[in-house]
Design a protein around this ligand. Structure first.
Ligand code: GLA
Length: 401
């Protein structure tokens, strides 16, 4: 009897203190995920080679750390219900793969689904949450992306909290990435549940447009950029809006890849590469490892950028940075080349949500172009440039003391 009441008390107290593992994503997570480029075509060789390439390409040095296997790694559950990896694709098992990734100084991520099957039709975690969380802890999994297919009448907040609690009870610190596509406004309730949450449906390697897949569409970079207004106030250190994994290197033009990468940095988005790291051109590598752009994304204030100025064909995004600095991204959305001119004094940047204001008629700023990697003057003179179709210019403004 004594034993039983102790057990009840213990279970009750673990439920009471269940929480996400705090502090694992004080800046937006950076890594790689298999889905955008490889979809269901994953195996242990690809994952090992990707880990090698993350190191040899300089991406690890630039800050990328998670190697995440998305859907289709799962085989069957054993007779006791424990999930097994697909034996043909992962013959050495997940612990060995995790050890390999860890031996490179990287972290290991996996994918599951709150429903009874994943989007790719493999076993989901519904009804097996605590067992799966234990398995991930045993394998040394550091990051879990948790999808929302085949969830029928499940309540989203409840389902994600169940998995959060299971992960916490398993005791192995893990980043929890909610992939519920923004259907149930996770930004309103997920701050205590996970470290990042998808805000939209899936991205496609398209800059401006969409791709039909029968019952659903995937979206271009501009469509995702425009899809959710007014949710930047919900993001910050340890709880990020996630506009989906990147498509840099997956078929857009270099100009578009640069714009996509820049916009994701302006949004303080998780920077999860989705291309083949084993086969990157020097230009793609240069985009993915631009340390000054990455520093904008990873700025310790963790403020998501805002759309600050909209003109006919171009617009400007602004992101307050630490030390009174500011990042600005000029974007040409149109199909033609446009002339951009900005008289600083006329357009102060006012971020009412995070209370960071920049009055250029009161303070002069030095300007650095983060793609050209050079200083280009100060805010004493209007900024003028020509932007090709879909081109961006990203500037960092530093107050002149
Ligand atoms: C959903 C997710 C994608 C990917 C696939 C896998 O569509 O949104 O990011 O994980 O499932 O099947």
């Amino acid at each position: 009897m004594k034993k039983l009441s102790f057990l009840v008390l213990f279970l009750f107290s673990t439920l009471l203190i269940a929480q996400k593992f705090e502090g694992l994503a004080l800046t937006p997570p950076m890594g790689w995920n298999s889905w955008n480029r490889f979809a269901c075509d994953v195996n242990e060789e690809l994952i090992r080679e990707t880990a090698d390439a993350m190191v040899s390409s300089g991406m690890k040095d630039a800050g990328y750390q998670y190697i995440v296997i998305d859907d289709c790694w799962q085989g069957k559950r054993d007779k006791d219900g424990f999930i097994q990896p697909d034996p043909e694709r992962f013959p050495s098992g997940m612990k060995a793969l995790a050890d390999y990734i860890h031996s490179k100084g990287l972290k290991f991520g996996m994918y599951s689904d709150a429903g009874w099957r994943t989007c790719g039709g493999r076993p989901g975690s519904r009804g097996y949450e605590y067992q799966d969380a234990l398995t991930y802890a045993k394998w040394g999994v550091d990051y879990l992306k948790y999808d929302w297919c085949n969830t029928e009448d499940l309540n989203a907040k409840g389902a994600y909290m169940t998995m959060r609690n299971a992960l916490y009870a398993a005791g192995h610190p893990i980043v929890f990435s909610l992939c519920e596509w923004g259907d149930n406004q996770p930004w309103e309730w997920a701050e205590d549940v996970g470290h990042l949450w998808r805000t939209t449906g899936d991205i496609a390697a398209i800059f401006d447009g969409q791709e039909g897949h029968g019952s659903w569409n995937s979206w271009g970079v501009l469509q995702i950029l425009d899809m959710r207004e007014n949710i930047r106030k919900y993001a910050g250190p340890d709880h990020w809006n996630d506009p989906d994994m990147m498509e840099v290197g997956n078929g857009m033009t270099l100009v578009e890849d640069r714009a996509h990468f820049s916009l994701w940095c302006m949004l303080a988005a998780p920077l999860i590469a989705g291309n083949d790291l084993r086969d990157m051109t020097p230009e793609i590598k240069e985009i993915m490892t631009n340390k000054e752009l990455i520093a904008v994304d990873q700025d310790p204030l963790g403020i998501q950028g805002l759309k600050y100025l909209v003109k006919d064909d171009w617009e400007v995004w602004a992101k307050p940075l630490d030390n009174g600095e500011l990042a600005l991204c000029f974007l040409n959305r149109s199909m033609k080349s446009v002339k951009v001119e900005l008289d600083w004094d006329e357009y102060p940047v006012k971020d009412d949500e995070f209370q960071h204001h920049y009055f250029f008629n009161q303070t002069e700023y030095e300007i650095r172009d983060l793609w050209a990697k050079k200083e280009i003057g100060t805010t004493a003179k209007p900024f003028k440039t020509q932007l090709e179709s879909h081109e961006v210019v990203v500037l960092k403004l530093s107050p002149i003391k």
